[in-house]
Design a protein around this ligand. Structure first.
Ligand SMILES: [Zn+2]
Length: 233
């Protein structure tokens, strides 16, 4: 499972340019995955497999994006379509059409709005939760963390007309309490950031994702994918 954020030319003035992958590099990474006979599937396909409701194609790779930046629609979406690739985007439910206000020191960057989400959903892109406000769940009282998780799940389910089954913990911040709260909020899985593949017995509330950064070369990603072997997504 791979974790991207932005796909764009490097934003001027950013303190965290690493989260922005150049469009050309992104296309080269997808081409490399195709050359390795990988099938890019959305998280929903992997979760159905974990529920025993469907098969996974060989060499399944789940491509995910955190935060729901507008460039996911404007730049990544056409490239994903070109490759016939499935993907999952984790949305901050109260900030659709807004900006990345959770990071006030960064240049404010537009997030996609509901019309973008609906268009991508019709084209097969999968959407899941990244909480209501991009809250650091480990820093909140349990009742507040539960509200972040539950409100986001309800709002997105209403927007999508479909169940929202997974949450990506903002900043990857999680502990045992947060994992339990995610389950209490009605999710069936959650993702963290860890450079490992997922196995059939990987805990569902700590599914691993390999971060792909601006500095991640195609060769480096290929090496990771091959080295980590194929027993999961
Ligand atoms: Zn995030």
């Amino acid at each position: 499972m791979l974790m991207y954020h932005r796909v764009s030319e490097c934003p001027a003035g950013s303190r965290h340019p690493e989260i922005t992958v150049a469009p050309q590099r992104f296309a080269e990474q997808l081409a490399m995955l195709r050359a390795l006979d990988c099938t890019l599937v959305p998280l929903s396909t992997y979760l159905a497999y974990r529920r025993g409701e469907g098969a996974l194609p060989p060499r399944a790779v789940v491509v995910t994006f955190d935060d729901g930046y507008l460039d996911n629609y404007a730049t990544a979406f056409p490239i994903l379509r070109e490759f016939g690739a499935g993907a999952t985007i984790f949305l901050v439910s109260s900030l659709l059409g807004g900006t990345n206000v959770w990071d006030p020191d960064e240049p404010q960057t537009p997030l996609m709005g509901t019309c973008h989400v609906r268009e991508m959903q019709r084209a097969g892109i999968d959407f899941q939760s990244h909480t209501a406000t991009h809250a650091r769940l480990t820093a909140l009282a349990p009742a507040c963390a539960l509200r972040e998780l539950a409100e986001s799940r309800d709002a997105l389910a209403q927007l999508l007309g479909a169940p929202v089954r997974a949450v990506a913990y903002p900043w990857g911040a999680h502990d045992e309490t947060v994992q339990r709260l995610a389950e209490d909020a009605g999710y069936e899985a959650a993702t963290i950031v860890r450079r490992r593949v997922n196995f059939d017995d990987t805990p569902p509330f700590a599914l691993r994702r390999i971060g792909v950064w601006r500095s991640t070369t195609v060769a480096r990603l290929a090496w990771d994918i091959l080295r980590l072997r194929w027993r999961g997504a």
